[in-house]
Design a protein. Structure first.
Length: 96
């Protein structure tokens, strides 16, 4: 996030400082589209192999603890796609 903030400062992006509004004597910063996309992708729980779930299933005596891999990858793919579509939709709406 700090690197993205530096990028926004270098770009001189209008709106990065929220039109000059001050909160507590300091200018309030607004997250850029890239920052929001980064945050939403992290929240969408992007993971390739659910190691913790495999360990829990193994610990509690599952016959095939690794059978969770395929459904987990599908769920991760769907949540990530929804996150990307949401970010792109919000970006397009903002640009209008």
């Amino acid at each position: 996030m700090e690197e993205l903030a530096k990028l926004e400062a270098e770009r001189g992006t209008v709106g990065y400082l929220n039109d000059g509004k001050e909160v507590g004597g300091k200018r309030e910063r607004v997250a850029s589209n890239e920052m929001c996309t980064f945050l939403i992708l992290n929240i969408s729980s992007l993971q390739l192999i659910p190691v913790n779930m495999i360990a829990y299933r193994s610990q509690y005596g599952s016959v095939n603890p690794a059978e969770i891999i395929a459904p987990a990858i599908v769920a991760t793919l769907i949540s990530t796609l929804v996150a990307v579509v949401y970010c792109k939709g919000k970006d397009m709406r903002r640009r209008r």
